[in-house]
Ligand binder design. Structure first.
Ligand SMILES: Nc1nc2c(c(=O)[nH]1)N[C@H]1C(S)=C(S)[C@@H](COP(=O)(O)OP(=O)(O)OC[C@H]3O[C@@H](n4cnc5c(=O)[nH]c(N)nc54)[C@H](O)[C@@H]3O)O[C@H]1N2
Ligand SMILES: Nc1nc2c(c(=O)[nH]1)N[C@H]1C(S)=C(S)[C@@H](COP(=O)(O)OP(=O)(O)OC[C@H]3O[C@@H](n4cnc5c(=O)[nH]c(N)nc54)[C@H](O)[C@@H]3O)O[C@H]1N2
Ligand SMILES: [Mo]
Length: 773
């Protein structure tokens, strides 16, 4: 019996596959789960050996997440979900031309996301054949030539879109954006647009930089870590070592999350012999606040309001107060306006929206002010709402009030998703490029880069829907399944004339296209990449701006694969000839691409090729970490909260807010398996988590089958609904419910997004629940 079956069996619940997980996160359960994935993917010895090379100096960067490694030189650090990501890629299973000969595209569309990817790695370049409704093999040269012809036939370069998912290396991403810009467009919709885009747009105006300011070292000296809306036990398991060490030395860990996430409560380190052999674990959160979905802006303002009230009282009684007044005076603007804004807020409003009491928020404020140095970490629970950008600015405000940015043990820590999502942005994959980037590109390559901004993901979908764009080249990812509102998105993708997917595994995006569709299989991170001058390494940037090399060692999944840089170069040459570079020359030796990156970013990437060879790589400059504020005024800014979007419930308290989350057994749209161990769900994903209070109000009980319906039907008049979900009781704030992404994307309408960044409000979809018929 597997660990999961045992756990499921020991449950008291009468609902199939639903129960409690009463152990700490991590531990033997994590090891057992890895063994089971390795087995399912038929990864035996090769996979296990591959694992040992993850995040090693001579190995590859783990494709699992963007959390940094201790100097990227440590001994092997076990990570359950990193292991799954590696096993998923290094599987011996193959999707060959024979597979495609057996299944029409129409048939494949009826398969689940799990089933599509589970067949293994793509082996040959393929092209869609409308006559048979099948993908058929094509040779690389012909594929490139036809793609080039299609691109050249567009009467406007802005009719093409260049989508990137955050796994591509700096080298691949740089060539990709060079190709797009030389082609004449800034249409670079990116997975970031669905992820940490609010971080990238909200932080530059207030602290001068859209990246985190902390390094791993800061976690060793901070006195408190505030964690908002991220689930590291599942999504950044290596972060658990950092949190565990902090907790063990007495650092306060203060969590804001509607769910009681097990790993944030207690964790057994698979690295700890003592914990593993004695069944022990380490409590992680010292304080847990179950904030209502979408309530973080109110909670943060409540903490700041409480801090100001305590500060005023302290000053009145002759104390020094609790703000860093010197820092505020020397480094910031806008404090008085923020103070006035916070003072005018009603506690009743803060309590209603945050679902937390004034007393609890005062307690959080007390922990905050008692800590000398504080780090705030946050993830998708913060970035995927209607007012995410403004909420992130409240995080910056809170830190600035006590000078908690730009000194040891303190700072802001957006926890990024894809392993190189930050790097791809750094090297130019940006739909709203800075003038500095474009000027530099023009200088180095003799281009006249377009100045008009390009499309984000949501804007791209709207443009495809209206027929304004005709071609989509995707460097990885699964846009069709990741984007909101498949009702609209899928139809929009099916209006395109040209679809090109550079991918490792088959997914839904490869099945939703209009006329011509090419499927171009590429090497993965774990595989050895040999070009004309020999074996190549690529480089990536982690969540803390460390750039380091990654070198795969596995034999490629098929002899027909090409590397991502080589595929981009192939398309670029076919579309643009040798303009503005000799693409083949670049790809023959990736250090030439790094030289070009250095030429475009001479300060950040100075001596790129030499420095990346240093153990652990090098850190990109982070001026805000040195209190050098790259804002228009040269100061950091306090920015009062603006509810950019309307109230998601539109004033109707009976509307529930649905947060769409990841299970423990998935990587974004890649579904490894159907369980979510820590939340007590086994072998199924068709569940909706709901508090007993909401169930009572709706006359429901655990096990009932329900439909989830978007509360507000979009302009097209078509109701957005998903059916047959089973109610599972969870300790959640009333009015907050949750279910898995991407199954519920249908009820996330395109209009529901952060107004500033365009990021879909995946974590607060207004919905109603009705009993299934
Ligand atoms: N194994 C694995 N690793 C991954 C990924 C994966 O899918 N699987 N995805 C990668 C990517 S691209 C990303 S972006 C990251 C995602 O990593 P996370 O940021 O952890 O993303 P989620 O799992 O979507 O949800 C985050 C947490 O937010 C909480 N939450 C939901 N709504 C709210 C809210 O309104 N307020 C607050 N405070 N909390 C809320 C949820 O309960 C959950 O604990 O992980 C990366 N790493
Ligand atoms: N409802 C809801 N929707 C969401 C989210 C949510 O929390 N809720 N999260 C959003 C977030 S944070 C993100 S980042 C997006 C994710 O959006 P994407 O990044 O577009 O999606 P992924 O699922 O990560 O892409 C998986 C595919 O990438 C391909 N792939 C894997 N490895 C490689 C590689 O090395 N090279 C290439 N070329 N291809 C590779 C495989 O074919 C695989 O099928 O989804 C977003 N969508
Ligand atoms: Mo992400």
């Amino acid at each position: 019996m597997t660990e999961e079956q045992k756990a499921a069996k020991s449950q008291t619940s009468s609902v199939e596959g639903v129960g409690e997980y009463d152990k700490a996160a991590g531990g033997w359960g994590a090891l057992a789960s890895v063994a089971s994935v390795l087995n399912r993917q038929e990864v035996v010895l090769a996979g296990a050996k591959t694992l040992l090379r993850a995040n090693q100096p001579e190995g590859f960067d783990c494709p699992g997440c963007a959390w940094p490694d201790p100097k990227h030189t440590s001994s092997f650090e076990f990570c359950e979900n990193g292991a799954k990501a590696v096993a998923w890629e290094s599987t011996p299973k193959r999707v060959t031309p024979d597979f495609f000969a057996q299944h029409t595209v129409s048939e494949l569309r009826t398969w689940s996301d799990h089933a599509l990817e589970d067949f293994g790695r793509l082996t040959h370049p393929m092209v869609y054949d409308a006559a048979t409704d099948k993908y058929v093999p094509i040779d690389w040269a012909t594929a490139f030539a036809r793609i080039g012809e299609n691109l050249r036939a567009l009467d406007d370069p802005n009719k093409a879109e260049f989508y990137a998912s955050g796994r591509a290396s700096n080298e691949a991403a740089f060539l990709f954006q060079l190709m797009g810009r030389a082609f004449g467009t800034n249409n670079f919709p990116d997975c970031s647009n669905m992820c940490h885009e609010p971080t990238s747009v909200a932080l530059p105006p207030v602290i001068g930089m859209g990246k985190g300011s902390v390094s791993l070292d800061d976690f060793q000296t901070c006195d408190a870590i505030f964690s908002f809306g991220h689930n590291p036990g599942t999504n950044h398991p290596r972060m658990m070592s950092t949190l565990r060490e902090a907790a063990r030395r007495g650092c306060k860990i203060v969590v804001f999350n509607p769910f009681k996430e097990r790993a944030l409560e207690r964790f057994t380190s698979p690295q700890s012999v003592v914990e593993m052999t004695t069944g022990g674990s380490t409590p992680i959160a010292s304080h847990y606040y179950q904030v209502g979905v979408g309530g973080d802006g109110a909670a943060l303002q409540g903490i700041m309001k409480a801090l100001l009230e305590a500060d005023r009282a302290d000053i009145a009684s002759g104390g020094p107060g609790f703000l860093d007044r010197d820092f505020i005076a020397e480094h910031t603007l806008g404090f008085d306006a923020l103070r006035a804004h916070l003072e005018a807020l009603e506690w009743s409003e803060i309590e209603a929206v945050s679902a937390l009491t004034r007393a609890r928020l005062e307690e959080a404020a007390l922990i905050y002010r008692r800590a000398k140095s504080v780090i705030v970490c946050y993830g998708m629970g913060i970035t995927q709402h209607r007012s995410s950008s403004s909420v992130i600015q409240q995080i910056a405000n809170l830190l600035l009030m006590r000078g908690n940015i730009g000194r040891a043990g303190a700072g802001i820590c957006p926890v990024r998703g894809h392993s190189n999502v930050q790097g791809a942005r750094t090297v130019g994959v940006a739909e709203k490029p800075s003038e500095a980037l474009l000027a530099s590109m023009d200088r180095v390559f003799g281009l006249k880069s377009p100045r008009a901004h390009g499309h984000t993901v949501v804007e791209m979908i709207a443009a495809a829907r209206s027929g304004a764009v005709k071609a989509l080249i995707s460097l990885g990812g699964n846009l069709a399944a990741a984007a909101p509102d498949p009702e609209v998105t899928h139809a929009a993708l099916q209006k395109l004339d040209l679809t090109v997917n550079i991918a490792t595994k088959l997914n839904r995006s490869h099945l939703l296209f209009g006329r011509e569709s090419f499927l171009l299989p590429c090497l993965g991170r774990t595989e050895s990449d040999v070009q004309a001058t020999g074996v190549q390494a690529v480089t990536v940037e982690d969540s803390m701006a460390m750039v380091h090399a990654s070198r795969g060692t596995n034999t490629p999944a098929s002899e027909h694969l090409m590397s991502e840089p080589a595929i981009v170069a192939g398309i670029a040459k076919a579309a643009l000839g040798d303009h503005p570079v000799d693409w083949e020359w670049c790809v023959a030796d990736y250090s030439r691409i790094r030289d070009l990156i250095e030429a475009v970013f001479p300060v950040d990437f100075a001596n790129y090729n030499a420095r990346v060879l240093q153990p652990g790589g090098f850190r990109l400059p982070l001026p805000h970490a040195e209190r050098n504020w790259k804002t228009a005024s040269g100061k950091a800014h306090f920015a009062a909260f603006k509810a950019d979007g309307e109230d998601p419930r539109r004033g109707d308290p009976s509307v529930l807010l649905l947060s769409s989350i990841r299970s423990h057994d998935q990587y974004n749209t890649t579904i490894y398996g159907n369980s979510d161990r820590y939340r007590g769900v086994f072998s199924r994903r068709d569940v909706v988590f709901m508090s007993p209070e909401d169930q009572n109000a709706l006359g429901l009980k655990q096990g009932d089958k329900v439909d989830i319906v978007a509360a507000f039907t979009p302009d097209d008049g078509v109701e957005r609904c998903v059916s047959g979900f089973t109610v599972v009781s969870k300790d959640l704030p009333a009015g907050s419910i949750a279910a898995y992404y991407p199954e519920v994307n249908r009820v996330i309408v395109l209009e529901d997004r952060d107004q500033f960044s365009g990021t879909p409000a995946y974590k607060s979809a207004p919905v109603r629940i009705r009993k299934s018929l």
